[in-house]
Ligand binder design. Structure first.
Ligand SMILES: CC(C)(COP(=O)(O)OP(=O)(O)OC[C@H]1O[C@@H](n2cnc3c(N)ncnc32)[C@H](O)[C@@H]1OP(=O)(O)O)[C@@H](O)C(=O)NCCC(=O)NCCS
Length: 190
């Protein structure tokens, strides 16, 4: 059953995220992601849903009405917590910190537009319609707010192109963070 992510389920959701969504945010570690989702739950016009069955998290999705300034907002909500995480990263993996700064400076992340931030389904439950259901849950929330279209930024190496194509998204542009290519997809709400 799809339901809103609760604080009690953040650990399980983060586990699924780290396992199945390799990328910059996952590289920042479990501690970072837990704080990230904790803050997302407190933001207005931000939705985080999970597919939950017998206490297991089988799928996760999130969307936000305005992605502009998201990372800054998140940082400011827990300055001490994030600073200590980033200091640890600075000492052990300085290159990762450079990537974070590049991402935060990317003009696309300053745009005041709606974005689907995450969608992931446990591999054992894929190709059974769960991804579509989660996606449409975010669509429904955007629709209530009068949103006509929204964006999705997806690492090029993720094999989810077929999914987005089937769902009706159009690939628009691409950009790079370091050597990592990221594609922007657009979904028009009917
Ligand atoms: C992308 C993802 C969420 C899709 O979840 P899912 O539950 O398998 O998706 P669905 O079963 O609802 O599929 C919806 C449609 O897309 C198609 N589809 C799903 N994954 C596909 C793929 N990898 N290649 C081609 N088509 C795909 C399905 O066949 C289905 O088509 P249909 O409606 O004509 O039958 C899942 O594969 C996943 O978690 N991937 C890893 C994380 C990821 O890459 N997320 C996207 C970046 S944020």
């Amino acid at each position: 059953m799809i339901q809103k992510l609760t604080h009690q389920d953040i650990d399980k959701a983060v586990k699924l995220y780290r396992r199945e969504l390799p990328g910059l945010l996952a590289e920042l570690g479990t501690g970072f992601l837990k704080k990230f989702y904790k803050v997302l739950l407190s933001l207005p016009d931000c939705w985080v849903f999970v597919e939950k069955e017998d206490e297991q998290i089988l799928g996760l999705t999130s969307g936000i009405l305005s992605v502009g300034g998201l990372y800054k907002t998140i940082f400011l909500r827990d300055i001490l917590g994030f600073t200590s995480i980033f200091l640890g990263i600075f000492i052990t993996r300085p290159v990762l910190l450079i990537k974070i700064i590049q991402m935060m400076l990317y003009p696309g992340f300053k745009s005041d537009i709606p974005e689907l931030l995450t969608i992931v389904v446990d591999p054992r439950y894929r190709r059974k319609g769960m991804g579509r259901k989660l996606f449409m849950k975010i669509v429904a929330e955007f629709k209530k707010k009068g949103v006509k279209e929204f964006r999705i930024s997806v690492y090029d190496y993720l094999p989810s192109y077929g999914f987005y194509q089937k769902i009706g998204c159009q690939k628009k542009t691409s950009f790079y963070i370091g050597r990592q290519k990221i594609n922007y997809y657009l979904y028009k709400i009917k």
